[in-house]
Design a protein. Structure first.
Length: 249
């Protein structure tokens, strides 16, 4: 489970913070072609946090969303936003019958399970997804990019492309696309995480903190450029996140 203290940081930043704006732009650029013309009567967000992304999906695509999360600390913010159908539940034991969702979405959630336990939620995602249903997952990528923020948020594992695609395949998810993202800022991230943070001696803390407007715009620009490339169908060979799109066979 994610550090409960991080929910308040996310709630205060996810609407305007450069990373959230940029990653939504990337995700929507990849999802738009697949969502167009697809009938989704029920969609699950497994590990919805505050519910903000659930609201974005419902607004953009008109999907009736069913958001669930284990942490009540995040669901409280969702309730304050008036998001319906919020449910406190474990992604390893999803309280819905099989084959009941046309889409399942999970953003940066399974990384909070210890390595070796990622099959438990993936089995559940596949179980509740209808045959032909759309599957979208994003995870943190590459162990070398583990940071103070990772430690603070209680991230337990990171993935590479081959491990994530193999995980999906084991549970009957047919691969449509898998790509790294947040790639252009990798040199900056490596310098910060592997040089500056070890030298600073500071304790792990949240990286979800507002920055000056000029810096926010500067950091958002590479993500906007990646969104344009990914929208064209290009995949990125390395990055700080991994995004997989698939369908249940």
């Amino acid at each position: 489970m994610m550090n409960p203290a991080e929910f308040a940081n996310i709630a205060g930043s996810e609407q305007e913070f450069w990373w959230y704006r940029g990653m939504r732009r990337i995700l929507f650029g990849m999802l738009d072609p697949l969502a167009r013309g697809r009938t989704v009567r029920r969609a699950l967000e497994a590990g919805c946090g505050t519910g903000h992304f659930t609201r974005e999906l419902e607004t953009r695509y008109g999907w009736p969303m069913f958001p669930l999360d284990l942490g009540w600390e995040g669901l409280v913010f969702g309730a304050q936003m008036g998001i319906p159908r919020l449910l406190q539940a474990d992604i390893c034991a999803i309280p819905f019958p099989g084959d009941c969702f046309d889409a399942v979405v999970s953003m940066d959630v399974i990384v909070h399970l210890p390595r070796g336990e990622e099959d438990k939620p993936m089995r559940e995602f596949a179980r509740v997804l209808k045959p032909g249903g759309l599957f979208l997952i994003r995870v943190s990528a590459l162990d070398i990019l583990r940071s103070h923020h990772s430690q603070f948020a209680q991230e337990r594992q990171r993935f590479n492309k081959s491990r994530l695609t193999a995980l999906a395949a084991r549970h009957g998810i047919r691969l449509l696309r898998c790509t790294y993202a947040n790639s252009l800022l990798m040199p900056v991230a490596l310098a910060k995480f592997r040089i500056w943070e070890p030298l600073s001696g500071k304790q792990p803390s949240s990286g979800v903190e507002p920055v000056a407007g000029w810096l926010d715009a500067l950091l958002h620009a590479p993500l906007a450029a990646e969104a344009a490339l990914l929208r064209l169908g290009l995949n990125l060979p390395l990055g700080q996140s991994l995004i997989l799109l698939g369908e249940k066979a």
